[in-house]
Design a binder for this molecule. Sequence first.
Ligand SMILES: [Zn+2]
Length: 308
Amino acid sequence: MNLLKKSIFICSGLLILGGCGESEDSGASEEETLSVVTTTSQIRDIAEHIGGSQTEVKGMMGPGVDPHLYEPSQQDVQALTEADLNLYNGLSLEGNMGDVFENVENETPSFAVGENVPKDMLISGGEDYPHDPHVWFDPDRWAYAVEAVRDAFIEVDEANSEGYEERAQEYLGKLDELDSYAEEQIQNIPEESRVIVTAHDAFSYFGDAYDMEVKGLQGISTDAEFGVGDVNNIVDLMVERSIGALFVESSVSEQSINSVVEGAEERGQHVEIGGELYSDAMGEAGTEEGTYEGMFRHNIDTIVSSLE
Ligand SMILES: [Zn+2]
């Protein structure tokens, strides 16, 4: 429910108990909880940090959930309608949810935070996507999403803007550290082996940021079927460049990647599955990989140890 509705609700509750205090028209008082709904876990992570202790964040898409294919349930729509603030990626990542956000926008301020990345920093997404939506894999670009989350909080709850600004600053500092870590670690991979082969094209921004070539079997979205031609192209690349590892993703089936491993073996090139990368979803809540920082470090460490 929005702040106004909520304060009326709290107030009527207090009336029954014997009166409503003078905090009645103070707007977003410090005791009030702001309820926020996010789509992806990467955005949930930002909202939890910036929102601080007065914010309750509900992440719609948990571990292993694929945002390209996600169909919102009736409960999701209700949560979005009742929240004080909705945050989503946009850039058509949540492919089946565009209409939903258009409809709930009148009830709840809703922000597509990935769309705050300047247009000239976006990579084309080919036929299906005007822009590649996977902006969170370059911390420099993702910083724009962090700023959009900060500004969204301030817009709906200006009284607490100082806290939002401070915590956003901390988060941006962490992104800087992660960026330096990635740059350092990638140096351990011989230049000719700086190729990431994955199930779908989620790592173009990562590749652009750290000068790695990226090949996905399925293109930008997981809803496209991969064909024999795609498998053969990747097998060719792996044999020609002697690339010995490719990666599976937590939110995509392993079937396509297994076809490549088999194809390469038939041509005498041994290919290992270098491990699981978190692409569109993060790890389990309460684990290291359930945070943006932990997920990012996991990916870097997995890529470097498989290709160095
Ligand atoms: Zn994706």
